[in-house]
Design a protein around this ligand. Structure first.
Ligand code: 6PG
Length: 259
């Protein structure tokens, strides 16, 4: 396993998908312990897609005893605007891989209501987020999540911040809904405003198909309109990336084939 600073990122390169899932799960366990110790709760934003599913499986099994699940407050980074039992639903994926297997309190699970009108769902989710996070009612929270998990699409999107759409440029709102023409669906997503207020951010990316995009995002010219994942930056800490060797293959880091 290689851990190294890379520009404004910190990357961890794992041998294979299995060790990547363990490394990502260990990052969650570590962040949870720190948050609960410091603030009495762990506010986590989970990612959708397929890559994090094995991580949730491990959190629900191998690492289940390592997290104080009753202290976990759960949000999503984004949602497809479909019903919660739709196979495409990020809520459904996390529920089946994690929530049906660990005792997170239902009152502390804040899903994006994909079955509702997207604009209404986005406004309701933003309101819930601010209420849960704000030190006092009506105040805009300073920090957002203790940890937000993120994936990376081949086109450089993350959460549902897609190239060519406005959400990546948003300067005020924490949550937006956009109709993504190429997908033929609406999405609700956290914006960089919300994500960049997290205490920690963790990208989880695996597979050779992502290697070129990982290299462009981490080593290429800064152009978040084309590569929205580049808009995700923390003011005073590195964004962490857990990669397998295949996804890291084009990076110029010691020990990587691309070096
Ligand atoms: C989603 C995710 C999205 C995902 C990437 C990578 O709703 O699909 O939020 O940003 O993380 O598309 O997806 P995979 O992990 O399936 O490659």
């Amino acid at each position: 396993m290689i851990r190294t600073r890379h520009g404004r990122a910190e990357i961890l390169i794992c041998q294979d998908q299995g060790s990547l899932a363990h490394a990502a799960a260990q990052e969650v366990v570590r962040a949870a312990a720190e948050a609960v110790s410091a603030r009495g709760r762990f506010v986590l934003a989970v990612s959708g897609g397929t890559t994090p599913a094995p991580v949730y499986d491990l959190l629900a099994s191998h690492y289940a005893e390592a997290i104080a699940w009753d202290r976990v407050v759960l949000f999503w980074g984004d949602e497809r605007c479909v019903p919660p039992d739709d196979p495409r639903s990020n809520y459904r994926m996390v529920r089946t891989r994690l929530l049906d297997r660990v005792p997170v309190l239902p009152s502390q699970i804040y899903r994006i209501r994909g079955e509702d009108d997207p604009m209404v769902a986005a406004a309701a989710y933003e309101c819930a987020l601010h209420q849960v996070l704000a030190a006092s009612p009506g105040m805009t929270p300073q920090a957002s999540f203790d940890l937000a998990l993120l994936g990376l699409g081949n086109d450089g999107h993350t959460a549902s911040l897609f190239p060519g759409y406005g959400a990546v440029r948003e300067q005020e709102r924490w949550v937006l809904a956009e109709e993504i023409a190429a997908l033929g669906m609406w999405r609700v997503t956290l914006t960089p405003v919300a994500l960049n207020r997290a205490r920690a951010l963790l990208f989880i990316v695996e597979g050779a198909a992502k290697a070129e995009t990982v290299q462009r995002v981490l080593e290429g010219p800064f152009d978040p309109e084309k590569l929205p994942a580049q808009a995700i930056q923390l003011p005073s800490a590195p964004v962490r990336w857990v990669l397998d060797r295949c996804a890291a293959a084009r990076l110029a880091v010691p020990g990587s084939p691309g070096s």
